[in-house]
Design a protein around this ligand. Structure first.
Ligand code: NAP
Length: 313
């Protein structure tokens, strides 16, 4: 397989990069400041693209790679891949479902606890020596709060299971009601937001879910409600979120993802009712290694003519 050209369009963990390099003829996009030069010289030998949550394969790249057979994403979300174009051209697409579900759900609960119990803020309180001047203020209880989840898929269901352990009533919104679910279904995001304390975004980013969190939803959640986003930044109308937080129209936000990563609105930096983490939902050694093995396994299966491990298209 050493002669098969694989284009890596983003920086990934060293393990994956090294293993790709060992097994294939690896082209790192960042080695070519002029993308045109990379394509002119190597397009004819590139048969696979490896991307992640921040970079994938758009129509332009797909059209520029006439020998492309497979796009293997180091992520479960595939919003950076033109799936229609891939279907049209018979290009296979794989992602990394299931192996990251636990970590992302764990982080969602971590963000809720950190936000309501002000864990980051009170950590800063201790470090800055303020405790010597007086006790930290009272915070908000998590156990028993109503949790509303947008997208009751693998990650959404794992968040629900964890929140049940905190005695939280669970409700959800998705395009279809899950008949086998015991949780309360709301047919719109606004109704879900009006009836929960904590709203968690856990659906894929599509044209339909772009800015699914808008002013109306934020207003429905209200000054005591909090938003947790472990989906994608573009699920949220960020300027609306920022003004609602600054004006106190929303109780708080725990955010793993942002509209224009790695840029985060600086207005959020001074607010104590936000917890901000740098898109680390699946970012543990264990999970990223399992994701890397899926990327490698899918590529090898494809080029050996075997069934793909996690085919999407
Ligand atoms: P999944 O199992 O496919 O679940 C997606 C859920 O979203 C399904 O329940 C689906 O139900 C629902 N959904 C789809 N379109 C919807 C819409 N238009 N409106 C409302 N709900 C909709 O996916 P997953 O593995 O749980 O992953 C979900 C997403 O999490 C990924 O796509 C990715 O963007 C994000 N993610 C983020 C991180 C991170 O690091 N922060 C890591 C992994 C994944 P219906 O079909 O009934 O609508």
């Amino acid at each position: 397989m050493g002669s098969i050209g694989v284009l890596l369009v983003c920086q990934v963990m060293p393990y994956l990069e090294q293993e790709l390099d060992k097994r294939f003829k690896l082209f790192r996009e960042w080695d070519y400041p002029q993308k045109a030069q990379l394509l002119t010289n190597h397009a004819a030998s590139i048969r696979a693209v490896v991307g992640n949550a921040s970079a994938g394969a758009d129509a332009e790249l797909i059209d520029a790679l006439p020998k492309l057979e497979i796009v293997s994403s180091f992520s479960v979300g595939v919003d950076k891949i033109d799936l229609n174009k891939c279907k049209e051209k018979g290009i296979r697409v794989t992602n990394t479902p299931d192996v990251l579900t636990d970590d992302v759900a764990d982080l969602a609960i971590g963000l809720i606890l950190a936000l309501l119990r002000r864990i980051c803020e009170s950590d800063r309180y201790v470090r800055s020596g303020q405790w010597k001047k007086g006790d930290y203020k009272l915070t908000t209880k998590f156990s028993g709060k109503t949790v509303g989840i947008i997208g009751l898929g693998r990650i959404g269901a794992a968040i629900a299971k964890r929140a049940e352990g905190f005695n939280c009533p669970i409700s959800y919104f998705s395009r279809t009601e899950k008949r086998d679910s015991k949780y309360k279904y709301y047919p719109s995001v606004v109704e879900l937001a009006s009836n929960c304390d904590i709203l968690v975004v856990a659906c894929p980013l599509t044209e339909e879910t772009h800015h699914i969190i808008n002013r109306e939803v934020i207003d429905a959640l209200g000054p005591k409600g909090v938003l947790i986003n472990i989906g994608r930044g573009k699920h949220v109308d960020e300027p609306e979120l920022v003004s609602a937080l600054v004006e106190g129209r929303l109780g708080g936000a725990g955010l793993d993802v942002f509209e224009n990563e790695p840029h985060v609105p600086e207005e959020l930096f001074g607010l104590e009712n936000v917890v901000l983490v740098p898109h680390v939902g699946s970012g543990t050694v264990e999970t990223r290694t399992a994701m890397a093995d899926l990327v490698l396994g899918n590529l090898e299966a494809h080029f050996l003519g075997k069934p793909l491990l996690t085919p999407l298209v």
